[in-house]
Ligand binder design. Sequence first.
Ligand code: ZN
Length: 328
Amino acid sequence: MVLVKLRKDILRGLLLQVGGARIVFDSKPLGTDCIQLISHAHLDHIESLAQKNVFMSVETASILSSMGRRGYWKTLRRREKVILRNDVEISNEPSGHVLGSSQFIVDVNGDRIVYTGDLNTYENLIHGFAEPIPTDILIIESTYGSPVYKFPVREKIYADIVKWIMDVLREGSIPAFKVYSLGKSQEVISLVNVFLDVPVVAGLSVSRISRKYREHGVRLGYIPVNTREGLEVVKSGEFVYVSSSRDRLPIDRRIKWAVASGWAVRFRYPNYDKAFPLSGHSDYYGLIDYIEHSNPKKIYTVYGYAEEFARNLKRRGFDAEPIIRINK
Ligand SMILES: [Zn+2]
């Protein structure tokens, strides 16, 4: 087994030292000699963009550019392999979380380490789900790594959202979703496109990122709110509004706001009219299923319920350890 040193550094860095290489996942740079791997374009995963030796998927780079981010990034196509010094090989597979989100595979001298990044193991309208990757060492996210997080099947969530939209429109109000501009927005837009005959008006940042989805072949029908057509639809008719903020719109009708988040399984959103447990992450049971198929010898849990998840995995017979604090 390869010697692996993994730690959560003082700067929130997730650092892997293997085969003479220093690899940092999704966090602040820990020295200029490190290889920086960015799993996807959500803000809490892109702290090392200004560094050298930054690797990410083609789609992630494209989304970051649309957000005005710049850097000398090295892009990886799906399954493209990059060989670093010391025979360390890096490749990626989709993680099913947002467009371009990657699981990173590090192979060195016949041993394998997989970092999942944010992970979604369930089929959805936009892109494929994360396939479990057989590995020796697994670094897995645990945002919802507690058994209290069991999401309804996606078909049920989709059906509930469609019914709510129809009910709100029927009473003469406008259904609106305040959701992340990357990931959740596009899933809601696609849902409306597929199941309803109602136009979608999209807020500014949602429109900007959705355009990137289209460029990468995802079919999405929406009208940017800041266009003449968007304003006409807002003023004249029925529509569904999708935005990352609770914008005011120039209409007399009541706007009913919904939120879509995995936390809705457990928490209430009193300032919203409705909350749906639609998540870009796996629930606890999806994570367990992933691990059983990946069958690693050693598991490190990161983010969210890292400690509780590692405890539960140990009870199931896995060698699991959370990475939650500074181990200098
Ligand atoms: Zn994310």
